[in-house]
Design a protein around this ligand. Structure first.
Ligand code: ZN
Length: 266
C-alpha cells in the first residue's frame, strides 16, 4: 500500500494506518475497530486480504464525487472520515419524517441533536467486508448481494464483538426505512443495479438501510455460519469452479479450466 503524501502514519495495527494531521487519536479508535473486525472476519472466512486504513479530514478527502463522511473501499484502502460531516447531518431532516414513535427512538439512541457519527463510524466494518470480498477474485451476481454481504459482515461484528452498540447500528436503518420512500427517485432492486453509483447519496443510504435490515435477519437466523455460507456460495476456488462448471454447464467447460496448459506461472 502506497503512502499518501501529507498524512501521518499511525503505527500499532496489523495493517498500515494513516491519518490527516490532528486525527491520529480518531484513527486509533477507528483502526482498532477495523483490527478487531479483521480478526473476526479473517477467522470466519479463512482469508487475510491486504488492506490499509485512511482516516481523513475534509481537506484530505479524495475528490471522487463521494460526500465527505461517506466511507468507501478503493484500491485496497478503507477511506474513513475522522471529522464531523455535513453528509451525516443531512439525514436529520429525513429521520424527522419518520412516524413519531420511530423518531422518538432515534432521539433516544443518537441524542436530541441526532448525532449520527457513532453509526457512520461503524460502517468501517462494512467497507472491510468489501475488502475481503474484493480480493477473492469472485463476484456476487448482483450489486445488492455484494452490499448485503458487507452488511452481514458488519452486523456479525457488532453482534459478536461490540454488542453494546447494536442499538446504534440498528436504529438508523430501522427509522430511515419507515419514512415515505416516494421521496426517493429509485426504490427497486433493478434500479439499484442500474444506477447504484450515480444516485443521490441519501437515496443510496435508503437502499443500504434495507440491506442492513436484511443482513440483521440473516445473522439473527443463522449466525456466523450464515455469513460463511454466504461467502462459500459465491467465492469459489479454481478447483471448486471447475467442478461447478463441469456439473452445472458441461464437462468441456470445466475442462477448459482444469485442463489449461499452464495453470500457474512458474
Ligand atoms: Zn458497500
Amino acid at each position: 500500500m502506497s503512502e499518501r503524501a501529507g498524512l501521518v502514519a499511525v503505527p500499532g495495527f496489523p495493517f498500515p494506518v494513516q491519518a490527516s494531521s490532528g486525527l491520529e487519536e480518531r484513527a486509533k479508535e477507528l483502526a482498532g475497530r477495523c483490527a478487531r473486525a479483521y480478526a473476526l472476519l479473517g477467522h470466519a472466512l479463512a482469508v487475510e486480504p491486504e488492506v490499509a486504513v485512511l482516516v481523513l479530514s475534509e481537506g484530505d478527502w479524495p475528490g471522487a464525487g463521494l460526500p465527505y463522511g461517506m466511507p468507501h473501499y478503493a484500491a485496497g484502502h478503507l477511506v474513513l472520515a475522522g471529522g464531523s460531516s455535513h453528509f451525516w447531518r443531512s439525514f436529520v431532516p429525513l429521520l424527522a419524517q419518520a412516524p413519531p414513535e420511530d423518531y422518538a427512538r432515534a432521539l433516544e439512541v443518537y441524542g436530541p441533536e441526532l448525532e449520527l457519527e457513532p453509526f457512520f463510524d461503524l460502517l468501517a466494518v462494512h467497507e472491510l467486508g468489501h475488502a475481503f470480498h474484493g480480493q477473492s477474485h469472485s463476484r456476487f451476481t448482483r450489486r445488492w448481494l455484494e452490499e448485503t454481504f458487507a452488511n452481514v459482515c458488519l452486523h456479525a461484528y457488532v453482534a459478536e464483538v461490540e454488542p453494546a452498540l447494536l442499538a446504534v447500528l440498528q436504529t438508523f436503518p430501522d427509522v430511515l426505512t419507515t419514512i415515505d420512500s416516494n421521496i426517493f427517485a429509485h426504490r427497486s432492486l433493478a434500479a439499484f443495479e442500474a444506477v447504484y453509483s450515480s444516485m443521490d447519496p441519501r437515496n443510496y443510504a435508503w437502499y443500504q438501510c434495507h440491506f442492513h435490515v436484511a443482513a440483521r435477519r440473516v445473522y439473527d437466523a443463522g449466525g456466523i455460519a450464515a455469513l460463511q455460507r454466504f461467502w462459500r456460495r459465491f467465492v469459489l476456488s479454481d478447483d471448486e469452479l471447475g467442478q461447478v462448471l463441469a456439473s452445472d454447464v458441461h464437462p468441456e467447460l470445466g475442462a477448459t479450466l482444469t485442463g489449461w496448459p499452464a495453470r500457474s506461472e512458474t
